[in-house]
Design a protein. Structure first.
Length: 96
């Protein structure tokens, strides 16, 4: 399995993502699902894979979550859109 696929699978298996997927499917009676895609690959300037978890609502893509994944350690961080900061999954979970 390549790095990109591994990163996507890791994000897809996060409990929060699984729960949101179930919620979206339930609320739309199975008509909508979450998509997982790499929005940016690592570069010298920015060293992470950026993964979006989004829903196609028919008119546009609605982003539910943004994650940054280190391509070497596979550490996942949550991107807090309110503060503009990357935070650890533990810190993110403690905020809820």
């Amino acid at each position: 399995m390549g790095k990109e696929r591994k990163v996507l699978v890791m994000v897809e298996k996060l409990p929060e993502v699984v729960k949101r997927e179930q919620y979206v499917e339930k609320m739309t009676k199975g008509k909508r699902h979450l998509m997982f895609y790499i929005s940016e690959k690592p570069t010298k300037k920015q060293g992470n894979f950026w993964v979006k978890v989004a829903e196609d609502n028919g008119a546009s893509y609605f982003t539910h979550f943004n994650f940054a994944v280190n391509p070497n350690s596979y550490v996942i961080k949550y991107y807090d859109t309110i503060t503009g900061n990357l935070i650890s999954l533990k810190a993110w979970r403690n905020q809820k």
